[in-house]
Write a protein that binds this ligand. Sequence first.
Ligand code: PMT
Length: 413
Amino acid sequence: MAQEPSKIEALAGRRVLLVVTGGIAAYKALELIRLLRKAGAGVRCVLTRAGSEFVTPLSLQALSGDKVYSDLFSLTDESEMGHIELSRAADLVVVAPASADFLAKMAHGRADDLASTVLLATDKETLVAPSMNVRMWQHPATQANLATLRQRGVRFVGPDDGDMACGEYGPGRMAEPAAIQTAIAGYFAQPRPLAGRSALVTSGPTHEPIDPVRYIANRSSGKQGHAIASALARLGAATTLVTGPTALADPAGVTVRRVESARDMLAACRDALPVDVAVCAAAVADWRMAEAAAHKMKRGDQAELSLRLQQNPDILAALSAAGNQRPALVVGFAAETERVVELARAKRARKGCDWIVANDVSAETGTFGGDDNTVHLIAGDDTETWPRMRKQDVADKLAERIAERLGAAAEPS
Ligand code: PMT
């Protein structure tokens, strides 16, 4: 297959960690290694036990020109290069072929061999080329695993439709090595207009302790903020995500600081300065207990209880007024349930940020915790209303706008 020269060139000098799992398509991994190396990429292989039933470590080693890793508990391998280092030394992790079993392990965070441990420990993006019988591919369990992994930002190439080694026909054939090479090259060829820039993103709720076992919180899931951190990192920004407690996995390629309270979040944000852009998507509690109880509060026999609250620091306002540490662009969010644009405009002025992204968080919109969002981007006197879209798409569009703005600011007048 003829390749687009500009994309294939993007492979030169890149390091790919190739995880080969058990499946008849494992033999195609050899051709993939050959194509990647021919294009100038370095390839290091991790072979699962099941994978070694189909392809030998010696053939992978001969083609990659590098040691092949398979054993989590090998003293020699761990002393030469530990599994954590192995998972991070590459620019991209590729799983080809990825069996149904391995997809399930990835989706469930299993780490019972070197390959699955590497996948769990990596801070790099992952591209997966599934390969399995058509019914295994179509099984609701596999499809659910796939949806989970997609939601976490894992990329996929294939599978293709075709005749299977088992005699059946349908989707499940691993994509051809040339197509996988193109997908890898496409990943590296993505424009990175924010390379050399730094970003800070806040996400999730904060927890404000009432006593050692209770806290004040809200319904933020962190989906919007985490997606923004991911999108900025994909465009090349060195991104720090300061997040309150969420159930989400750390986005790939992002430095993550986990915090609990608004005051912790402010301290972590200050530590991350200076940055070129800050995006405050966290639902920070406006109030905390004036004095959290040192011991679990007793129910007693009182019918009512009042909690005395005190205002929390405003992180967005603090970043907007950070003097010579102020990011060149400060973006806030406004969570409103009425007169969304009007109240958001006033909030932007009050907090001193440059842009504010207004969203309606009335219960019926499902914005808090949901997968979709409808936002208005308010920059100065201009307001743009974006159609309802996935939070990832809101994040990508916002990251592009940020790149344009920072790019324009850097151009000589
Ligand atoms: O997390 P998800 O489930 O994906 O939901 C996303 C979201 C609804 C939480 C997100 O899109 C959003 O609107 N985030 C801002 C929530 C919020 O607290 O809005 P606000 O209007 O109360 O605050 C305005 C701005 O000030 C926000 O940028 C907020 O981060 C910031 N703020 C607020 C209070 C405070 N003490 N410090 C702050 O920095």
